[in-house]
Design a protein around this ligand. Structure first.
Ligand SMILES: Cc1cc2nc3c(=O)[nH]c(=O)nc-3n(C[C@H](O)[C@H](O)[C@H](O)COP(=O)(O)OP(=O)(O)OC[C@H]3O[C@@H](n4cnc5c(N)ncnc54)[C@H](O)[C@@H]3O)c2cc1C
Length: 602
């Protein structure tokens, strides 16, 4: 049955609309086809990547290229590519799950994979002309050619539209000449195609070009040496220099000055895929850590029996679970919106573009949350391994180094935090998400007398859902107050934006975990989900804490006197449990399950 418009939340609407658990997609909903894909990718990871970990760490760039080619042979590079261009044309959920399960062996491969399939290929499938797609996409989908994405320059990182690379039209109007320097280009060492962003004359915005790169006939393109990096050591990262590189005019991607839009939209897709790429790493880190903790004895006791280690196991499992819940929830929203737009007559290309753009807020939220969770997991993984964790001989050390980049590329986490709130405020201004109405209601509630009724919280998650609702009110109170105070100058108040983003992120992650568990409890029985229930409650508990802290910091910074007092009272009310969960018990339950299974098992 076709999904109806009314059934699908718009991007950002999770904040003001209640979602029924039946309406979220969870990893337990994978179809047979998706499950087969997942197993095939896991098997590939186990066979082609994991056993060669040492070679990746020793900067064996040729191995990365070789495994990429094998991934191409298996069809993994073409999951998201429409069948008309030699791809499998699978849905967005399948694209995301491929990124998830192919990425845990080493960050080197996952970066090469992400750069090629995401930012290296997607700009052409999303913005290319029919001729461009026919010419290039089949080669990229099969792995005959690899793609790279050249946006960053020495002077233009986060401020991506400020690049100095130029494209100059020839006198006969047939070609452009590209000159400039790009930096930190993933896959540069073995790519045959580059998406290059350059400025034409004094245009406000940059323009995208498809540039072929043949080492035998380099057309003015030279590469810097491989960068020596903290992590992802066998991912090829080089500077790329363009010296009078001539490209035909029809290599322009979309229109003149459209490059910034292309760059941003490619990054939206890249962000949710990057979040996915940090999921299986977390599962693997936890499984490896619990395995070690069960074996390692100190004081004649397996260290996994110590409360101090159980905390780590429980928190690692909980974050991974919440990350999975939120990533697949958003992935399916995107897939459904694409289907909806196609049903309404959009081409697949338009539908995909708009579908992903719609959920840009969620993509930023996921990128930040999951990249920080994997870093935390790797850090705790090292701690569980003790001194051995610090050794190159154990996998924790490289996992920690590899995880670090995820907070930097695809837009730094600072930029993504500010973007998530900025985009939401913009959507509200355009009337796409009604924040004003709900924010006014919160204002009225703040001035009213609170109810002293004792609610019945006997049903599963009834209190947690009330808490989520109250956390949403906290966001509306804080962000609404800040918008009122600073108006269009809000973007100058970065600390406030970042605090608001943290509130937004915690709401989305906590709600996603709860909805997933509630859905599964309803269909598989509550008993079967007791540990997942514990994880959902534990995640929420931390979310409430973070939100209280960030809310307080924000209110104090922009409100004064009576207004400040009223908001702080509201904050107290919105972050107060009727019955506090015993988080020590919750952690013990989660840790015991992980210990017994000797792996991440959810
Ligand atoms: C291993 C690796 C691979 C990469 N691969 C690619 C690739 O394939 N293609 C490509 O084009 N690029 C790539 N990049 C570049 C990457 O996207 C940039 O490094 C990133 O966007 C940040 O830019 P920057 O390094 O210039 O840092 P800067 O922009 O200089 O940022 C430095 C710090 O300042 C903060 N900051 C910057 N602006 C603001 C602001 N307005 N407000 C608040 N804080 C701000 C940032 O958050 C960061 O903490 C790669 C980078 C690395 C390290």
């Amino acid at each position: 049955m076709a999904t109806e418009e009314k059934d699908i939340l718009r991007g950002g609407q999770f904040l003001v609309k209640e979602t029924n658990c039946e309406d979220v997609f969870t990893p337990e909903d994978f179809s047979e086809e998706q499950t087969m894909m997942k197993e095939s990718v896991m098997e590939f990871n186990d066979r082609e990547i994991i056993p060669h970990k040492a070679r990746f760490e020793a900067k064996d760039y040729a191995l990365t290229e070789d495994v990429m080619r094998k991934a191409g042979d298996m069809g993994f590079l073409s999951v998201a590519v429409p069948e008309a261009y030699g791809g499998m044309g699978m849905g967005f959920v399948s694209t995301v799950l491929t990124c998830d399960y192919i990425s845990s062996g080493t960050g080197s491969f996952s970066t090469a994979f992400g750069a090629h399939t995401g930012i290296g290929t997607m700009p052409i499938t999303l913005y290319g002309t029919e001729e461009q797609k026919q010419k290039y996409v089949p080669k990229l989908a099969s792995g005959e050619w690899f793609g790279a994405y050249c946006l960053t320059e020495p002077g233009a990182g986060s401020d991506a539209n400020s690049g100095k690379t130029t494209a100059t039209l020839s006198e006969d109007g047939k070609t452009y000449k590209i000159n400039g320097q790009k930096m930190w280009i993933s896959n540069a060492g073995f790519c045959k195609l580059m998406i290059v962003f350059a400025r034409i004359e004094n245009d406000k915005n940059i323009t995208g070009f498809i540039v072929e790169f043949d080492k035998e006939n380099p057309n003015g393109i030279t590469l810097g040496e491989e960068e020596h990096k903290l992590g992802i050591r066998a991912s090829s990262t080089r500077q790329v220099f363009f010296n009078d590189t001539i490209v035909p005019v029809d290599s322009m991607l979309a229109g003149r000055g459209e490059g910034f839009k292309i760059a941003m939209n490619a990054l939206n897709v890249g962000r949710i895929k990057l979040a996915a790429a940090c999921l299986d790493s977390q599962r693997r880190i936890l499984s490896t850590a619990v395995n070690y903790a069960n074996e390692r004895k100190q004081f004649k006791t397996p260290i996994s029996d110590f409360g101090a280690i159980k905390v780590k196991l429980a928190e690692m499992a909980t974050n991974a679970y919440a990350g999975e819940s939120a990533t697949y929830r958003a992935a399916k929203n995107i897939e459904d919106r694409i289907a909806l737009r196609e049903a309404a007559g959009n081409t697949h290309q338009e539908a995909e573009l708009k579908g992903v753009e719609e959920y840009a807020i969620e993509c930023s939220i996921l990128k930040v949350a999951v990249s920080e969770d994997v870093q935390h997991a790797a850090d705790e993984g090292i701690q569980i391994f003790g001194g051995m964790g610090f050794s190159e001989e154990t996998p924790m050390e490289s996992a920690w180094r590899d995880a670090r980049i995820a907070r930097i590329y695809e837009g730094t986490n600072e930029i993504n935090r500010m973007l998530s709130v900025g985009m939401l405020v913009k959507k509200a201004m355009k009337g796409h998400v009604d924040l004003l109405g709900p924010a006014q209601k919160v204002q009225e509630e703040l001035m009213g007398i609170p109810s002293f009724d004792t609610p019945d919280f006997s049903e599963l998650f009834s209190e947690e859902k009330v808490m989520i609702n109250k956390l949403k009110k906290t966001f509306l109170m804080v962000a609404g107050g800040a918008v009122q105070k600073f108006g269009p100058d809000l973007d100058k108040h970065q600390q406030l934006l970042i605090a608001a983003a943290d509130i937004l992120i915690e709401i989305y992650m906590a709600e996603s975990a709860i909805l997933r568990t509630e859905k599964n409890a309803k269909r598989f029985g509550e008993d079967s989900q007791s540990v997942q229930i514990a994880m959902s409650k534990l995640y929420l508990y931390h979310a409430v804490d973070i939100i209280e802290e960030k809310g307080k910091e924000s209110i104090i910074s922009f409100a004064e006197g009576d207004e400040q007092r009223m908001m702080l009272m509201g904050l107290k009310r919105f972050t107060k449990y009727q019955n506090y969960p015993d988080i020590v018990d919750l952690r013990n339950e989660i840790a015991e399950k992980v210990k017994a299974e000797n792996k991440y098992c959810f």
